[in-house]
Design a protein around this ligand. Structure first.
Ligand code: AHM
Ligand code: MG
Length: 298
């Protein structure tokens, strides 16, 4: 059995980066525990008799505190916070971008949700995705699975009974496949996106969409296909965020041989201009993403 640290020791990562990755990965344990303790059980109040915080807010505060206390992070941008947070006491230059709990509307119905994180070296949080040092997500499904890349391919780890991450598979490759899921509702889709989806459905694409980007992407990573959240008629930039959702997941996709596009080109090459910038997303098998770019250009 290969632990997360043993794997990281085989990579080119420096010690503080390994420490930071491990620290973040193991926050899956308290976040998962919070699913139980934050539950609105019938006829009960929490210790102080107050309404429990929403889990996405709780996860954001928890991760922010842990990162600040670690002194391993200089700058943080979170989907749950309006502005970039700077930690003056930091001993490194790492900049972290995160969606503390993606797909949080699905917690109520006990479907899989996840935490998405990207780590830059020096230069702050407003950088192209291709400059990430590491990207990872923890998926809270039947198992807690960590998908991680440090730019040397993609590995999957699962938390075992001893609450240690153990390698499930290394050198993960995304196959060409025929699953697809698209956010937004059809009346809001552009003509180009509607035609594109009609075309790939005609070619045999099969619908899979849960409403949790992490869970939907994880399925695409394994079986191949495409996850999309397109430009909408009245919202050209779509819904998902460039920094917190698109680039960490896109970096993982690219490291697994897949691709991420805004419909015209590589999202990882976009220079971000604002922390909460949004982007249309097509992420999945590289052949299918190229095919979709061709269809959208027609
Ligand atoms: P969130 O970060 O507020 O949870 O929103 C992001 C989520 C993604 O997980 C998911 O793919 C998408 O929003 C679903 O949106 P929709 O309900 O419009 O399909
Ligand atoms: Mg999200």
């Amino acid at each position: 059995m290969i632990s997360l640290r043993e794997y990281l020791d085989t990579t080119r990562c420096e010690e503080p980066l390994k420490d930071l990755i491990e620290l973040i990965a193991y926050q899956a344990i308290p976040i998962r525990e919070a699913f139980l303790s934050n539950q609105a059980y019938a006829a009960s109040l929490n210790a102080s008799g107050e309404q429990q915080a929403a889990l996405d807010t709780w996860s954001d505060r928890h991760l922010t505190n842990v990162l600040q206390e670690s002194k391993l992070v200089a700058e943080l941008a979170s989907e749950e916070q309006p502005d970039v947070v700077r930690f003056p006491g930091a001993t490194t230059n790492y900049a972290v971008v995160m969606d503390p709990l993606d797909g949080s509307s699905l917690i109520q119905v006990n479907l899989a949700v996840g935490t998405i994180v990207g780590i830059f070296g020096e230069g702050g949080v407003l950088q192209k995705g291709e400059r990430l040092r590491a990207a990872m997500y923890m998926l809270y499904g039947p198992m807690t699975v960590l998908t991680i890349t440090v730019g040397e391919g993609v590995c999957l780890f699962a938390l075992n009974e001893a609450r240690q991450y153990v390698l499930l598979s290394g050198g993960v490759r995304m196959p060409e496949g025929n699953l697809y899921g698209s956010g937004g509702i059809r009346p809001d889709w552009t003509e180009a996106h509607t035609a594109c989806i009609g075309q790939i459905e005609g070619e045999g694409a099969k619908l899979r969409y849960s409403g949790s980007f992490v869970a939907d992407f994880h399925q695409i990573l394994k079986y191949g296909g495409v996850y999309c959240y397109p430009a909408l008629k009245k919202k050209e930039e779509g819904k998902l965020r460039l920094l917190f959702e698109a680039i960490p997941i896109g970096f993982i996709a690219a490291q697994a041989g897949g691709a991420i596009s805004n419909g015209r080109g590589d999202i990882l090459a976009i220079e971000p201009t604002a922390v909460h910038q949004r982007t249309p997303i097509y992420v999945g098998s590289s052949g299918l993403i190229r095919h979709i770019e061709d269809l959208l250009a027609r």
